[in-house]
Write a new protein. Structure first.
Length: 384
């Protein structure tokens, strides 16, 4: 069976989806802030999306595991996001919470399901790397979204037209995935044996940390570090693009040397990135943001590949892990937004108040990695 069109879809869908989602997110954030809405309320809007996605991810996963065609689920999710993109132009702020909740449901239909399709399409020896490439394309999409915002200077009408066209194109690319089937594989003893419960706190903490890379980091650069809106979006775009090599490296480490060794690398890079962001110095912050995206874009694919390889019901397992990660993404932006609103000018020594919040989560992640390694019985020497 020729699979070239499947791989094209796997590359195109996260690129298109990431571009549309990030463009919409940035336009809404700056539009509302310019209208006088505080940062906390904007992050609350984002958190409502993540909470809805978290709750529905396991539900959609169970539906997919019961035999509903996964490509149709993905296409339905994109169709819902397409309609919502238009509705943002006519719905006032308080009612946008309903749209974000609906977007969360559509996101639960789309992204965990796509992760399962990527797993089924990849060769067993290259699954973590393939998942990394899939997430890398999503990162490119996020960067393109920032660049488009800079190019159109935040024009809402142009943005919505582009978003609708992008989501429609994503639906077309999802259609070839309708023939991708779940692979019933024979696993040796110990394989696909699940994973220790300490994995969920780890994904929760990474969800917290990664979620700070959207509105919180955007307003951190503009309101605290002092960059303009255009410069801030350009910095985030370039940093995420440059971080792609590091993300692919972590996928390679996971495939060649085991998931646990890739976690050891992350346990070092995560607090380092947070410490650099926390320092009240422009160039340190820029380097820290680069490492932040290496960490965030690195953990997501290897954790999803690990989940798919060891979960007994793949879509359900991915849904539960996405639930854990997304709940973290609900909480952290709210705390970060409240800190920006209340303590934007506060510094403690060489560290900013918001930067200290980054650092606390990062140190918790490193501790959680140690706990997971010990509780799950994995060996750092073998990586498995």
């Amino acid at each position: 069976m020729k699979k070239w069109y499947v791989y094209i879809s796997i590359l195109a869908i996260p690129l298109l989806g990431g571009t549309a989602a990030q463009l919409l997110r940035v336009v809404i954030a700056f539009m509302l802030h310019d209208a006088g809405v505080d940062v906390f309320s904007i992050t609350l809007l984002s958190s409502s999306f993540m909470l809805s996605r978290a709750v529905f991810s396991p539900v959609i996963g169970k539906v997919a595991d019961r035999g509903v065609n996964r490509a149709l689920i993905v296409m339905g999710g994109f169709a819902g996001m397409l309609v919502d993109a238009y509705l943002y132009t006519i719905v006032p702020f308080p009612w946008m919470f309903i749209l974000r909740i609906l977007d969360g449901i559509y996101g639960a239909m789309t992204w965990p399901t796509m992760q399962a399709l990527v797993h089924f399409s990849a060769a067993p020896t290259h699954r973590a790397k393939t998942m990394s490439i899939y997430f890398m394309m999503g990162t490119v999409g996020l960067s393109v979204g920032y660049l488009i915002y800079s190019a159109i200077s935040g024009n809402m009408l142009y943005a919505v037209i582009l978003i609708v066209m992008i989501y429609f194109t994503a639906i077309l690319f999802a259609y070839p995935l309708r023939n991708v089937k779940e692979k019933r594989e024979i696993h040796v003893s110990g394989d696909r044996g699940g994973f220790h419960g300490s994995f969920y706190p780890l994904t929760f903490l990474f969800g917290m940390y990664i979620s700070l890379g959207n509105e919180v980091l955007l307003f951190y650069l503009t309101l605290i570090v002092g960059f303009s809106k255009v410069d801030a979006t350009l910095i985030l775009s370039l940093a995420s693009i440059l971080a792609l090599g590091g993300s692919l490296m972590l996928g390679h480490i996971a495939d060649r040397h085991g998931f646990i060794r890739s976690l050891v690398v992350l346990s070092i890079l995560t607090p380092l990135s947070a410490a650099l962001i926390a320092v009240n110095y422009v160039y340190s912050v820029i380097v820290g943001i680069f490492l932040f995206f290496v960490v965030g874009r690195g953990f997501m694919p290897i954790s999803r590949s690990f989940t798919a390889a060891r979960g007994k019901k793949i879509s359900t397992s991915l849904g539960i892990v996405n639930f854990s990660s997304n709940i973290g993404s609900v909480i952290a932006p709210l705390i970060g937004g409240a800190i920006i609103d209340s303590f934007a000018s506060l510094s403690l020594g060489m560290f900013t108040a918001v930067g200290i919040f980054f650092l606390l989560i990062a140190l918790s992640i490193s501790t959680s990695i140690v706990v997971f390694t010990r509780k799950s019985g994995f060996s750092i020497a073998t990586g498995a």
